[in-house]
Ligand binder design. Structure first.
Ligand code: SF4
Length: 1004
């Protein structure tokens, strides 16, 4: 029998009255005790805010089911989301195995979407059978339509999987939300809930709203005596009112005046029936256009900075309200929560937030990812080194006693380092860095057996401790590279993670947050393993393990701390409806967030979903606009709305909902300019006059010291150093200076090593060495065979010899790499190789070669003609090839694997030419003159690129190069190393970008 109940719609004009109405309804009366009533709100954040003003049990939709379940005389066990997901995954696989044709691949994420779709169907009061019938009806009888056939097949599969899932739920003896709902309606509770106040509309008007099945439950659940639905007029007018009357024809309605007076007025002017809401004014930007009563800032950070400046300016002007009476409202919490931590902390403005943070964004989740990456990359150098360097783990020499995970149990075998993480010496960063370089030099590209082979004769250098630990780590994780049951894979991951997690120091300021994040992971991994062991334990590869772990971490959130904190409220647009605020700033009103985009259904197009009861976009949009307008009048004093134009680096558009603002009929007041309000500690020191007031104690001493520091424009901060000893620089190093002086400084003065990179093929430096070696061997062999010049007559013989030398050199390279290099040197049917270009160049020249000097060292002091007269400069260099010709001239060849350098910047070829002339003086009783200098470039339109074309050109090119050399050497000796690249694009691939103050780059 259905309990007689009063079901009532309480219509309120706006949100201020909405909150008073909830307080009035929740006040205990002689008939209804506080503990027998529930108030349903959209989110936990909303619940936290409402709990400050009403003494009642405030619940979200999920919590409503928890409370109702707890009141049953013999409550069934409720399946956890993990269990439901695992059952759904098993049901989907079993259905597919029964021969259902599938037009998509069954992935865990897709099955999660299937379960979400099933939940929505059931919450719309649809059974699986009815779902199939409705789709069939909507598709019609057109058997020739292939798209319709595909939809039918998909529907059969989905219905089969849903039925299988329902059978598994029944067999488990536990319940999910849907079976619980059936039981709640059938079985009277021991201590029933007697009064429910619903403050959210349906899911069509609000994504967090109640579903038809929820309203149905509240209509039929035994023991419920009173059901009040509170809604604003705007939301009702968006279509919710009509839907309510469709569900409950003749539904009783009242307004706020029809409620009893508040038992506990919360504001001085509050007398229930006489309550008249304050009308906030809309604060517009100083000098803004009346057509755009909102603020447009550059990005989210600028929005918060503008608010912080206004708060400070209000305080100075005596127009402030307590910070707790101010709310910053967003749709998308995360970017604002992270930005607020920096901006409000820096401005000394306390704040509080009611949103939970995602576990996935916590550093400890990223640390778990490092383990997964190390395994999925098959122990690549970079992934292993990243794991060893992570501050979240500790790896000690004693760890080498740990064996691999036990694949039967998933536990770490051997010594349990997790039991005493202080045993043994921790490997040093220096040892890990040495290992990084050594593995790169050994061209280690991953795989445990290759690591084992390298470790066999590794020696005892600085990298040896790290190598020992790396080997142990890889062995411990090796079982994860194979396919094992899901529960074991999870156990193995958990054992490694907890065995190596660095203990959290009590004095660590992030200790509490880190403990919460770790606790969440320590709860999730064993639960997931247990659920798989109990219900479905498929064989998982490392990729499947990674997908499952990451998916569950992405679903987890955690609240930072529960203690009451004062300050400005940071709340989402759901929660703010439940808080009394004087000032409300609505931020981030951009197209991508306002109105909220509905979650796209991946199975059916909107036309078919309509047949299942899904709302139209028009209904959603009308409700979204209604809620936005409600929000504008929620504050009692001032409202401000802002949008931004840049999201990270992407340009974004403002929301079209901003055009709704005039419909709120608020008076507008332009804000007085406030830009000069200093709010950050750095502004106190960097803007005149300097203020020390914000700095107490030690901070004051530091602040005073910092103001006495060398001025920021001192040359020392811009690349000038003293004491760089004069020395013989290599010509290629001097060319680097011309690329960027700071790059030269980092590479040749500081001698910083570039981060190594692993590549399947040789990196450009190794490639250059390889090509040089091949040509050197060829010409050496050519000369030793009694040949001199390559001529048209012996060109074929030269080709043959070159091919043989290339093939011999390729024997030492891996197959893929050898194929690439062979094509580069010997060419293909489509294009000639480098060898052909080199041989032809010589064969086409009329003057014969008498001697060839290969990889000729040009080191020592050389004299150059400069504008200031002759200069002697010590240099180091090596010419790739010097051909001495019969006519007493020589030809200088420089091999370039890439493009030839611009002639106006090149140094090596012209300077080597001059050095060679000086070094060859008297060689074989002759004075040798430069006849030709050319690049043999392996990229660009021409293979042979001469340094100069005519005698006049030659003189000009050589004169300019000598002056350039002298000027560059002078700049180096003066210690000038500013970060001024010749082209700012160079910074994109520069290895020293992380140590370079390239904020100067904008000035060059
Ligand atoms: S990042 Fe740019 S400015 Fe800095 S060293 Fe490299 S090239 Fe020079």
């Amino acid at each position: 029998m259905i309990t007689p109940r009063r079901t009532r719609l309480v219509r309120v004009p706006e949100l201020q009255t909405f909150r008073r109405a909830i307080a009035a309804l929740a006040a205990p009366t002689s008939e209804l005790r506080v503990e027998s009533g529930l108030i349903v709100v959209p989110t936990r954040g909303a619940a936290r805010l409402l709990e400050r003003s009403v003494d009642a049990d405030v619940v979200t939709r999920d919590e409503l089911y928890d409370r109702l379940q707890a009141r049953l005389a013999d409550p069934p066990r409720r399946l956890t989301p993990l269990e439901r997901d695992v059952m759904a995954q098993a049901a989907a696989r079993a259905t597919a195995a029964r021969g259902h044709e599938l037009s998509f691949q069954l992935r865990p994420g897709l099955v999660a979407e299937m379960l979400r779709f099933y939940d929505q169907l059931r919450r719309q009061s649809q059974q699986v059978q009815r779902f199939e019938e409705l789709i069939d009806e909507a598709l019609g009888a057109d058997e020739g339509d292939r798209a319709a056939q595909r939809m039918r097949l998909q529907t059969r599969f989905l219905a089969g999987a849903f039925r299988d899932y329902e059978a598994r739920v029944r067999e488990s003896g536990a319940c999910d939300e849907h079976t619980l709902r059936e039981r709640l309606m059938a079985e009277p509770a021991a201590d029933p809930v007697r009064h429910v106040i619903v403050t959210i509309p349906d899911w069509i008007a609000d994504a967090e709203g109640l579903y038809q099945a929820d309203f149905d439950l509240l209509t039929r659940i035994p023991g419920l005596e009173s059901l009040d639905i509170v809604s604003t007029e705007r939301v009702l007018a968006s279509g919710f009112h009509e839907r309510l009357h469709n569900w409950w024809p003749g539904l009783e309605e009242t307004d706020f005046a029809g409620l009893k007076p508040c038992a506990k007025p919360t504001a001085p002017n509050e007398v229930a029936q006489g309550f008249s809401p304050a009308r906030p004014v809309l604060i517009t930007p100083p000098g803004g256009s009346p057509d755009e009563p909102w603020w447009t800032l550059r990005d989210r950070e600028e929005e918060l900075i503008a608010i912080a400046r206004q708060l400070k300016a209000d305080r100075r002007a005596g127009e402030d309200v307590p910070l707790e009476r101010t709310a910053i409202v967003y749709k998308n919490p995360l970017p604002y929560l992270y930005a607020a931590a920096e901006i409000f902390h820096g401005a000394g403005i306390p704040y509080q937030m009611s949103d939970a943070l995602p576990l996935a964004a916590e550093p400890t989740s990223a640390a778990l990812d490092l383990i997964l990456d190390a395994v999925s990359s098959r122990f690549s150098r970079s992934a292993l080194i990243a794991l060893l360097r992570s501050p979240h783990f500790v790896f000690r020499a004693a760890d080498t006693q740990v064996g691999p995970c036990d694949t039967e149990t998933g536990a770490a075998a051997g010594a349990d380092v997790g039991a005493d993480p202080c045993v043994g010496l921790e490997i040093t960063r220096a040892s890990v860095s040495a290992l990084d370089r050594a593995l790169s030099a050994a061209r280690y590209l991953g795989e445990l057996d290759r690591l084992e082979a390298l470790a066999g004769d590794w020696g005892t250098g600085a990298s040896q401790p790290a190598m020992d630990v790396t080997l142990t780590v890889a062995r411990a994780l090796a079982p994860l590279t194979e396919t094992h049951p899901a529960s074991r894979q999870l156990g193995c991951l958990l054992a490694f993670w907890s065995g190596h997690a660095r203990p959290i120091a009590d004095e660590d300021p992030w200790a509490s947050r880190e403990r919460r994040a770790r606790a969440a992971i320590l709860d999730m991994l064993p639960s997931l393993a247990a659920v798989h062991a109990a219900h479905d334990d498929p064989a998982w590869t490392i990729d499947e393990l990674g997908i499952a772990v990451r998916r569950w971490i992405e679903d987890q959130t955690f609240v930072l701390d529960s203690e009451e904190r004062g300050g400005v409220h940071l709340v989402d647009d759901q929660a703010v409806r439940y808080g009394d605020f004087d000032d409300v700033a609505i931020v981030g009103v951009v197209d991508q967030d306002w109105p909220e985009r509905p979650r796209r259904n991946i199975f059916y197009p909107p036309a078919l979903l309509k047949a299942l009861g899904w709302p139209s976009e028009k209904d959603r949009r009308a409700a979204g606009d209604a809620r936005f307008l409600d929000l504008l009048t929620s504050a009692s004093r001032r409202t401000m709305v802002s949008t931004f134009t840049l999201d990270e680096d992407a340009i974004v558009s403002r929301s079209m909902q901003l055009d709704e603002i005039p419909r709120a009929r608020l008076s507008t007041v332009a804000r007085q300019p406030f830009e000069d309000a200093r709010i950050f500690a750095d502004e106190a020191l960097s803007l005149e006059p300097i203020a020390f007031d914000p700095f107490p104690g030690d901070a004051l001493l530091w602040a005073e010291m910092r103001t006495k520091r060398t001025p920021a424009d001192a040359p020392g901060f811009h690349g000038l150093v003293h004491g760089v000893a004069a020395r013989a620089w290599s010509v290629s190093a001097i060319e680097t200076y011309l690329d960027c002086p700071f790059k030269f400084f980092a590479q040749h003065v500081l001698k910083l090593e570039e981060e190594p990179e692993d590549q399947e093929v040789m990196d450009p430096r190794r490639q250059g060495q390889f090509v040089h070696t091949v040509f050197e061997r060829f010409f050496d062999a050519w000369q030793r065979a009694g040949n001199r010049a390559v001529t048209p007559a012996n060109l074929d013989a030269a080709r043959e010899m070159f091919t043989a030398i290339v093939d011999r050199a390729l024997e030492h390279l891996p197959i893929a790499e050898a194929g690439l290099e062979r094509t580069r040197l010997l060419g293909s049917s489509a294009a000639a190789g480098l060898g052909e270009a080199v041989l032809r160049m010589e064969a086409e020249r009329p003057v014969a070669v008498t001697e060839r000097l290969l990889e000729e060292k040009l080191t020592g002091e050389f004299t150059f003609a400069t504008a200031g007269g002759p200069r002697t400069i010590a240099l180091r260099g090596k010419a790739d090839r010097l051909d001495l010709l019969e006519d007493g001239t020589f030809r200088l060849i420089d091999y370039k694997l890439g493009w030839p350098p611009q002639r106006g910047r090149a140094l090596q070829l012209p300077i080597y030419s001059l050095c060679a002339e000086q070094r060859l003086a008297g060689h074989k009783g002759r004075n040798w003159q430069l006849g030709e200098a050319a690049y043999l470039a392996f990229k660009g339109p021409r293979r042979v690129v001469p340094l100069f074309a005519t005698a006049t050109d030659r003189a000009k090119v050589l004169a300019e190069a000598q002056q350039r050399l002298a000027d560059t050497v002078d700049a180096i000796e003066r210690g000038e190393f500013p970060p001024t690249p010749d082209d700012v694009w160079r910074c994109e691939t520069c290895s020293f970008a992380s140590v370079c103050r390239k904020d100067y780059v904008g000035d060059v």
